[in-house]
Every structure is written in structure tokens, then in C-alpha cells.
Design a protein around this ligand. Structure first.
Ligand code: UN1
Length: 513
């Protein structure tokens, strides 16, 4: 038996048997209870980590607050240089970190590498951005006056991330926040703490090599109780949180209660519309990768296929045939397409969803089994499922974080398909498969998809970092990653300068003394 190089990877990343989980860089303060991280791949213990107590947390906050005083005065392009070095370190550690992601989270090694690639890409993006944090200049209505706007760093940014992208989502936030002049405190999911330790080790090395203070990159570990320390904390002007809609509603209310800012990336219920003009081969690849990639645990995972009735049987047969080819097993073995789901609770959610779709009148046509026997000892491997259903079933309206794909039928034109697609509470990602210009443009039009991401002839998952990432409605409205998403990490200031010896008032108001 081989361990696929896991021992070596853990060593390279500085992940130990027992890890201090609260870190400001090279200093650790962890006095909380110990949590254990088990791999869903083989059920084995990866390591233990100490959680963050309130006392530990306050030490982190002190370090972060003081580091901000230094970091914010460093010119942005110099901060960009630090992020460039961080990206280079990630290039060196790509295989090791990709392996740990695969082993601790369960996604395929290829997708683990892809996740680290997203981190590298956002670092490159942030380096360029460090010279482009620009505002506008305006013409003043008053003579001898100049008006412009500028962006200043915000302060301490809190990042709460989910298990499914245990490293990339942190990087999207932290790389941008760092060039913007902010310092970050990260609480990774308590299901993937080792990925957090590994990333913090890499960041700490870079900050140390550049003689920068402790506290620019900070890690805290624990469940929602640790997250709450941040959401309630008025010293943290921005909380960026990725996870369920349930979690997001709690975070949003908590942060809004103190008039802080929040950036929310919550659930999706992503659909692909398959029209009579769709290319079937592309549809199958896009739909199957979208539905089973990361074992259906991406927030962009394809959950619904909305197929025109004239194509329904053809598409159904092709997708079912593709599912029958899927190899399920150890995700580090590159022969397998699909690894385990994160834990036994996720297995239960998968089973419950399939039970519910049948209760509501649907039909499971592929999958439903939990795999057992050699190689499946962790109990977390399921066969990706396909169910025929109706759009208004409660379970179809709900985001089940597991590999379950619903086939839905539409008749008439693309607007009927759009009504089904938009008829859910979530609004993250969407796609249409068509070679018909009228359908494609209708999908992208004002009457079209209501999601933050709308793709033509591409699946719902696998977005590039250059665009703004996020969604509408219960997805939370936040945007991170590319485009001008950086603006949320800064405070905007409008400046008007009078270079005359008179003081004219705006709007021509007369006020003579
Ligand atoms: C997520 O699932 O939280 O578009 C992020 C994608 C990836 C990111 C997904 N680039 O599927």
C-alpha cells in the first residue's frame, strides 16, 4: 500500500501530530481544547490542533492591530512584492499543499492542485493590483478647487471559510486584503484545520524573511464560537464569510448590529439550461464535472439540469452513461474521478435528500449507495446520484451539499426554462448550453438569469479568479476575487482641496460674515 506521499507532504508543510492552532506568524498561543482531523479518504487521524480561547483571541487581536500600524504605511507596491513572494512559495509547495487538500477534504488530487493554482493566480492578480488601487478625479463646481477620491486600508479583516475550498477562499480574500494594506485573521473550517496550519506556515515564512512584524497573517481555530468572537468584535471592520445560508444570516445580523461590513458567499442552487440547440457532448462534460466535481460540494456545483422536453431522453441517456463510467475511490489515485464527501454527516444528508425526492414523487435513476469494503473504510464514499424531479419539490429548492443532480423538464421557449432556473432562493451560478444566439442573449439579458455568474456553453463551476465571484439573493450579495472586488477591503474617501484665498461654498450658498 502507498500513502501517495502524504507523510512527505505533511512534513514539507510543517503539519505535526499536535499543532498550535492560534498563530500571529511565528508566535503561537493556543490554550483551547484539542480537535482532531480525520481524513475522509481513509478515516485515519491526520493530526490534532489546539483551538483558540477568548484569551488567545485577544492576543491575536493585539498583534493584528499593532501590525496594521506598520503594514498600512508600507507603499502598496511593496506590499505587492510580499504577495509576489508568497505566490512563489505556493508554486514551490503546490504538490504538497494540493495533496493535503485532497487528503483532508477529499477532493481529487487534480482539483487539489487546481485549488492551489487559484491561490497562485490571485497572488499574481493582487501583485498587479497593488499598483492600481485607484480612485477617480472629478471637476469641482468651485473655481480653484480640486476634487478626487482615494482608497485607504480598512484595518483588521476577519475571514471565515468553509471546508470545501479549504485554502483558495482564504487566498482570494487575504491576497487582496494584504495589498490593500489590511491585516487578516482567518478561521478555517474546523473540518479542515490542517490546511489552515499549512497555509499559515507558508505565509509566516514569507513575513519573517522580510522582517515584517507578527500579526499581518493570523490564524484562529475552532467552531462557530470562535467565529462569533470576530463577528461581535468592533475592532474588525470587515467580516468575509463563506458557507451556508444559515451561517450567513447569523453572521450578517451580528455584523450589521454593530454596523460593520460583511462580504457573504453563501449557498447556490445552480442550474444548467439545456436547449434544443445544445451541443450534447459539451453538455455532458459540463454537467457531469459540475455535479460530481469535489463530490458535489462546491458552492458552484451543478444541482439542476433544466432540459427541453425534445432533448430530455437524449440528454438523460448520455448523462446516465457518463455516470456509469465514473470511478469512485481514493482521490489521491489519479485513476479515480470522485472521492469521498467530507464526513458521515454529509453521507446522511445525501441519503436524506434521495429519500425526500422519492417521497415527493421523484425517481432516483442512478446512485443512492454508500460504498463499503476495501478502500471505502472511512464510510464517506457515495455513488453520485441522479434523480428525476419537479422544479417545485422542496428538496429541489434546497441546496444539498452532496453529489445529487436533479433532472427537470421544460417545454416552450427559453423563458420557461429561466422561470424554473430563477425560481429558487439562491442566486450564485447558472449556465445555458445552446448554439442559438437568441437563446444565449435572452439568458444574459435583463429578463435572463438572476445569478451572480451566468455562463454560455460552460458549466456552472470552475470560475476563473479574474472575474468578481459571488451571487445574489440568499447567496449573500458579496463579490470577491477579481474585477473591482478589492474595493470592499478599503475605505473610500472623497477629498476636496481649495488652492485659492477665497472660501466659496458649494451650491452657491451665500454666507457673509
Ligand atoms: C466555492 O465552492 O466555495 O468556481 C468556490 C468554482 C471555484 C470556486 C468555488 N473556482 O467552482
Amino acid at each position: 500500500a502507498t500513502d501517495f506521499g502524504i507523510e512527505k507532504a505533511l512534513k514539507e508543510l510543517g503539519v505535526k501530530d499536535i499543532n498550535e492552532g492560534t498563530s500571529t506568524g511565528s508566535k503561537n498561543f493556543s490554550n483551547g481544547e484539542v480537535i482532531e482531523s480525520y481524513s475522509p479518504v481513509d478515516g485515519k487521524l491526520i493530526g490534532k490542533v489546539k483551538t483558540t480561547t477568548k484569551e488567545d483571541y485577544d492576543k491575536v487581536l493585539d498583534a493584528a492591530t499593532s501590525a496594521f500600524q506598520t503594514w498600512r504605511t508600507m507603499p502598496a507596491p511593496q506590499r505587492g512584492e510580499i504577495v509576489r513572494q508568497f505566490g512563489d512559495k505556493l508554486r514551490e509547495k503546490k504538490e504538497a499543499l494540493g495533496k493535503l487538500v485532497s487528503y483532508e477534504m477529499g477532493k481529487s488530487y487534480q482539483e487539489g492542485l487546481g485549488e492551489v493554482q487559484e491561490m497562485i493566480d490571485i497572488c499574481d492578480f493582487a501583485v498587479g493590483l497593488s499598483r492600481q488601487l485607484h480612485g477617480l478625479t472629478m471637476h469641482s463646481e468651485r473655481p480653484g478647487h480640486r476634487m478626487y477620491e482615494q482608497y485607504h486600508p480598512l484595518g483588521v479583516v476577519g475571514i471565515i471559510s468553509a471546508f470545501n475550498f479549504p485554502v483558495a477562499v482564504w487566498a482570494w480574500n487575504t491576497a487582496l486584503a494584504w495589498v490593500c494594506g489590511d491585516v487578516c485573521i482567518w478561521k478555517p473550517s474546523e473540518k479542515t484545520p490542517m490546511c489552515g496550519i499549512a497555509c499559515q506556515n507558508i505565509a509566516a515564512e514569507v513575513f519573517k524573511a522580510n522582517d515584517l512584524p507578527e500579526g499581518i497573517s493570523n490564524l484562529i481555530i475552532g467552531d462557530h464560537r470562535v467565529g462569533e468572537m470576530m463577528t461581535k468584535d468592533t475592532r474588525i471592520p470587515l467580516i468575509s464569510a463563506t458557507g451556508s445560508t444559515r451561517m450567513g444570516k447569523i453572521v450578517a445580523q451580528e455584523v450589521a448590529g454593530r454596523l460593520g461590513k460583511s462580504l457573504l458567499e453563501l449557498g447556490g442552487n445552480n442550474a444548467i439550461i439545456v436547449t434544443p440547440d445544445a451541443d450534447i457532448k459539451m453538455t455532458v462534460i459540463g454537467a457531469v464535472f459540475g455535479a460530481v466535481g469535489t463530490a458535489g460540494q462546491r458552492c458552484t456545483s451543478t444541482r439542476r439540469l433544466i432540459i427541453h422536453e425534445s432533448m430530455y431522453d437524449k440528454v438523460k441517456d448520455a448523462v446516465v452513461a457518463a455516470y456509469n463510467q465514473l470511478k469512485i475511490g481514493n482521490p489521491l489515485d489519479e485513476n479515480n474521478h470522485v472521492g469521498p464527501v467530507i464526513d458521515k454527516d454529509a453521507v446522511k444528508m445525501y441519503q436524506d435528500a434521495l429519500e425526500r425526492v422519492v417521497d415527493e414523487g421523484g425517481k432516483v435513476i442512478v446512485g443512492g449507495e454508500v460504498l463499503s469494503g476495501e478502500g471505502f473504510e472511512s464510510g464517506c464514499y457515495v455513488r453520485p446520484a441522479i434523480a428525476e424531479a419537479q422544479p417545485d419539490y422542496k428538496i429541489v429548492q434546497h441546496e444539498t451539499f452532496a453529489p445529487v443532480l436533479y433532472l427537470l423538464k421544460y417545454s416552450g421557449d427559453v423563458h420557461n426554462a429561466l422561470e424554473i432556473q430563477n425560481g429558487v432562493k439562491q442566486g450564485l451560478s447558472s449556465a445555458i448550453m445552446t448554439n442559438n444566439l437568441r437563446e444565449a442573449e435572452a439568458f444574459l439579458s435583463v429578463q435572463g438569469s438572476d445569478c451572480g455568474i451566468a455562463n454560455v456553453n460552460i458549466g456552472t463551476s470552475g470560475a476563473e479568479i479574474g472575474g468578481a465571484f459571488g451571487g445574489e439573493k440568499e447567496t449573500g450579495g458579496g463579490r470577491e476575487s477579481g474585477s473591482d472586488a478589492w474595493k470592499v477591503y478599503m475605505r473610500r474617501q472623497t477629498n476636496t482641496i481649495n488652492y485659492t484665498a477665497d472660501l466659496p461654498l458649494a451650491q452657491g450658498i451665500k454666507f457673509d460674515l
